[in-house]
Design a protein around this ligand. Structure first.
Ligand code: SAM
Length: 279
């Protein structure tokens, strides 16, 4: 990617989690600093690209599940650089009237999403920070986003592989503010790497790499991840290892799921779940 083209708001010498993730997935929207940082992560944790692919596969399965459950609107926070099988492609492929708002703190990710969505009146992308839920909700109530998302109707709130970039109690409050703002019938979708499964030394090395980005992170335990569903009822099979969440044998997942037959699902080191808001 040509840094000149994107140079408006960003420093290409500071690695970004969004662009490192793009590199893990084989994308081209990353700079040398991102690639170098991503390679250091792979050195410490060789399964990093596998984790990214398995996570994308979970995201697609969860979106299909929600559309099948009647959800037609999606708020994808920490959406990342668009890649193959984006939320609007999955949802609108099933129902062309499905609505999607992408949110990310990374201007490159959002700029690329905006280009991809040009001419798509049912999807848009905005730069915002999950840690500022009031500002985010305010943005969603403005004309451009209100035309896409109707907050009085059910929404699929996606916080997939992003909450570990936001350690601390404040993240629970921010996520709760968003869950509370949604209508009954809404769902929350979370995946999160957990300390229960990731080698402590590898985790320390990986955290050191991410400390150089704008979004340094940290792991949580499974019980801590469960708190992101407070007030929502987990749908079966509950909070499980990513490959175990309603696996299917669709061709687009086969390439992304762990190809090794009988591989330990803990290898992915990440748990995932979907919770629904009743009442
Ligand atoms: C690993 S990517 C995940 C992308 C996508 N959700 C997926 O699962 O494929 C994490 C994303 O979270 C974004 N992010 C980190 N902190 C954020 C924040 N406070 N608000 C919004 N997005 C954030 C990063 O910029 C990055 O694009």
């Amino acid at each position: 990617m040509d840094p000149e083209y994107w140079a408006r708001d960003i420093d290409p010498n500071v690695p970004s989690a969004a662009r490192m993730y793009d590199y893990f997935l084989g994308g081209s929207h990353n700079f040398e600093a991102d690639r170098e940082a991503a390679r250091r992560v792979i050195e410490a944790m060789p399964q990093a690209p596998l984790i990214a692919r398995a996570n994308r596969s979970f995201l697609r399965r969860a979106v299909r599940f929600l559309v099948a459950s009647g959800v037609r609107q999606f708020l994808d926070i920490g959406s990342g650089v668009p890649t193959v099988g984006n939320v609007h492609e999955i949802a609108q492929g099933l129902d062309p009237d499905a609505r999607v708002v992408y949110v990310d703190i990374d201007p490159v990710a959002i700029s690329h999403a905006q280009q991809l969505l040009e001419g798509n009146t049912r999807a848009t992308a905005i730069v915002a920070d999950l840690r500022r839920p009031a500002e985010l909700l305010d943005l969603l109530r403005r004309a451009r986003t209100r035309a896409v998302l109707d907050l009085s109707r059910p929404v699929g709130l996606l916080m997939v592989s992003m909450l570990h970039f936001l350690p601390g109690e404040g993240t629970y409050r921010a996520a709760a503010a968003l869950r509370d703002a949604l209508a009954p019938g809404s769902h929350v979708v979370v995946s999160h790497p957990v300390s229960d499964a990731i080698d402590a030394r590898a985790a320390t090395e990986v955290e050191a790499v991410y400390r150089r980005t704008a979004t340094p992170g940290g792991l949580r335990t499974r019980a801590e991840v469960q708190r992101f569903f407070d007030g929502y009822a987990l749908v079966p099979p509950g909070l499980v290892w990513v490959p175990e969440w309603r696996p299917d044998d669709r061709a687009d997942n086969a390439a992304d799921d762990d190809g090794e037959p009988g591989a330990d699902p803990r290898r992915v080191g990440m748990v995932a779940g979907v919770g629904g808001k009743t009442g």
